[in-house]
Design a protein around this ligand. Structure first.
Ligand code: ZN
Length: 193
């Protein structure tokens, strides 16, 4: 069975080298919607695949890191990166261009890691991330499956190359969230919410 939870965030970017000049040459924003699809052949003690309340801590806060922020490609010009960081306190630097396709791959990798490191206290069983859908506009989205997230053809994404600004990090309720992700440390989830 597949279950689905939707999250939202507002974000700015430039998509360098794309065919549409408005997108490749201008900072602009989108109201993104992210669908997280989880799957399991089992139900927990609450007869659910996974209680969505459990996504509030790590998954929601991770996606919210991108809200009212600018996403920067680390291979963009040094001048642009310096200027953007000078004028925006909320930024995330990623090792790939911030297209909807790459957003969906980044979200897959991080949410997959969050699930694998999370304690599951209610007999959830074999809960896996099925896929991530990132809607950039009302009519356009990217749908990322596991093989896409880890695809060498699309460029390997190393989580240690994702950098969050201090203001973004300051809003996390678990300050060691990202270091736990990078060091494969357990993400403690309360038994009840
Ligand atoms: Zn755009």
């Amino acid at each position: 069975m597949i279950i689905r939870k939707e999250f939202k965030f507002e974000n700015a970017h430039i998509v360098r080298d794309c065919s549409t000049l408005r997108c490749s040459q201008n900072i602009h924003g989108h109201s993104y919607r992210v669908e997280v699809l989880l799957e399991s052949n089992y139900l927990d003690d609450g007869q659910m695949v996974y209680d969505f309340g459990l996504t509030k801590l790590y998954i929601k806060e991770f996606i919210d890191s991108f809200d009212h922020a600018i996403t920067l490609w680390s291979s963009d010009s040094k001048e642009y990166l310096v200027d953007m960081k000078k004028h925006s306190k909320r930024w995330i630097e990623v090792p790939v261009s911030p297209s909807a396709e790459q957003f969906s791959r980044v979200f897959f990798l991080v949410i997959d890691k969050i699930l694998s490191l999370s304690t599951m206290n209610n007999k959830e069983k074999e809960v896996k991330l099925n896929s991530i859908i990132v809607h950039e506009t009302k009519s356009g989205y990217a749908h990322c499956f596991r093989e896409d997230a880890y695809s060498k053809n699309m460029g390997l994404i190393r989580l240690e190359d994702i950098i969050f600004s201090n203001q973004v990090k300051s809003e996390w309720s678990k300050k060691d969230f990202w270091s736990n992700i990078l060091e494969d440390k357990e993400l403690i989830t309360p038994k009840t919410l």
